[in-house]
Write a protein that binds this ligand. Structure first.
Ligand code: SAM
Length: 247
């Protein structure tokens, strides 16, 4: 496995809160509508996390696979109602079988942004290897033009709330940003005063960079939208929503 050197999703207490903080929204509607539109019978959810979206793909006659390298995220996913309808695989792209028979690969929650430039091409190659010719890949990635990381300061992100894990004080703080690579610390201060700090590195890619990488990996009909409703990508579009077809 390429692995996540430091899994920023490793804290059981925070994984319990993940679905509350990242409830289903337009993103889930978009990915499910895409699966229905192409009549997908075999779906792979890459970086499926807690599986909130993954489980909703499941229905009679469909094969649904969720892959994730975080044991805490996948451990939580496996315990949720309906989890038995999904095949859960521990690992990163190296755990994805090149079966060439999947109709759809999705990667939600900006998972693709976790991939470094060194691994990104080979990951796209593995995901392409899982798809049948004519199969579709779709994912979202934050738009670098919107420069979201400039707002990721302690002052702009600080919040306090009561959670099942007790009163939580939290904020994020960027420690490095350079050519689309952004490193930030997520601070979580629990009631006992301990501050659990999780460091994440994200890679922001432009629409042209994403398109070039997908072309290189053998994809065609590449569409990059500026949101979940097929909006054109603009400078202030928060997200780039990508869809491409395997040749
Ligand atoms: C923000 S979460 C998104 C989870 C889920 N897709 C969602 O929409 O809620 C990012 C996920 O990417 C996973 N991840 C991190 N590095 C990865 C890698 N190299 N390959 C696959 N998944 C990875 C993490 O373990 C985590 O579950």
């Amino acid at each position: 496995m390429h692995g996540v050197a430091e899994d920023p999703y490793r804290d059981e207490r925070l994984v319990q809160l993940y679905d509350l903080d990242n409830a289903a929204g337009d993103d889930h509607v978009y990915y499910r509508a895409l699966a229905d539109e192409i009549e997908a019978k075999k779906i792979l959810d890459f970086g499926c996390g807690t599986g909130l979206l993954t489980r909703t793909f499941a229905r009679t006659g469909r094969v649904v696979i969720g892959v994730d390298p975080s044991p805490t995220m996948l451990g939580y996913a496996r315990k949720q109602p309906g989890a038995e309808a999904v095949t859960w695989i521990d690992g990163d792209a190296s755990a994805v079988d090149g079966t060439g028979d999947m109709d759809l690969v999705v990667s939600s929650g900006n998972t693709m942004m976790h991939l470094s430039p060194e691994t990104y091409p080979s990951v796209l190659g593995s995901l392409s290897g899982a798809l049948r010719p004519g199969g579709v890949i779709s994912f979202e990635s934050r738009n670098p033009a919107a420069r979201a990381w400039e707002q990721w300061t302690r002052d702009a992100t600080y919040s306090e709330r009561d959670t099942p894990a007790g009163h939580l004080r939290e904020w994020i703080d960027v420690t490095e940003s350079d050519h689309g690579r952004v490193v930030f610390d997520a601070h979580n201060v629990f009631p006992d005063g301990s501050d659990a700090v999780y460091t994440t590195t994200l890679y922001f890619r432009t629409a042209s960079e994403i398109t070039a990488d997908l072309e290189h990996a053998g994809f065609t009909d590449i569409a990059v939208h500026g949101g979940w409703h097929h909006e054109p990508p603009l400078g202030n579009s928060r997200l780039l929503v990508v869809r491409a077809t395997k040749r």
